[in-house]
Design a binder for this molecule. Sequence first.
Ligand SMILES: Nc1nc2c(ncn2[C@@H]2O[C@H](COP(=O)(O)OP(=O)(O)OP(=O)(O)O)[C@@H](O)[C@H]2O)c(=O)[nH]1
Ligand SMILES: [Mg+2]
Length: 199
Amino acid sequence: MKILNAQFFCSIVEVSQRKLGNIPEIGFIGRSNVGKSSLINCLLLRKIARTSSTPGATRTINLYLVDYEFRAKRRSLVFSDFPGFGYTACPAYVYEKWERMVDSYVSQNSFIKRIVWVFDIRRDFDELDYVTFEWLNSKGLNFSLVVTKVDKVSKNEIKGRRDYFLKVTGNRPIFFVSAKNRVGRKELLTHIFETVSSS
Ligand SMILES: Nc1nc2c(ncn2[C@@H]2O[C@H](COP(=O)(O)OP(=O)(O)OP(=O)(O)O)[C@@H](O)[C@H]2O)c(=O)[nH]1
Ligand SMILES: [Mg+2]
């Protein structure tokens, strides 16, 4: 299992701008500042996605083209880094714009094989997350949960957080990672490669 090459491809706001043919895609969504862009950098072992401690760093859908080797086969896939939703300073009209952009992008993009829904281990589900949960289900999208920043809590706490996330989301594939020290990276990458290889 190896990342052979990975590069920023383009920033877009609608699916007609996606000039990547039928390359399978994995979309990374989640609240602002949870660590989506950092997670992409961690998975790709490159600092290519812009990260920031100020919420709202990612405003467009940013596509990364990834060449990889998995089980002796070379393939390509696309990672799409979505803007985070629901940051405190975000006015309602910005959220609505986000919703429209993301909703139409995923609705019209049949190459998205799975959504990686990213959470900060220290945060509970709130109303907006339940709305997102309903939305993902209504779209019939496959999704997996990634709970990141595990370096921020103790080992004992991780077990409790696992039970919590499984309870609120049903039995979804769930991965615990840290972009800081790369805990859980290989497991998540294997899951992603298996998803796109079997489709
Ligand atoms: N300790 C720790 N900090 C992290 C980790 N992942 C991300 N961070 C920090 O969290 C902040 C937000 O990270 P980003 O990757 O920019 O978050 P994002 O979800 O892409 O944010 P938006 O683009 O605003 O939606 C940055 O200060 C990162 O350094 C992690 O695993 N551990
Ligand atoms: Mg980001």
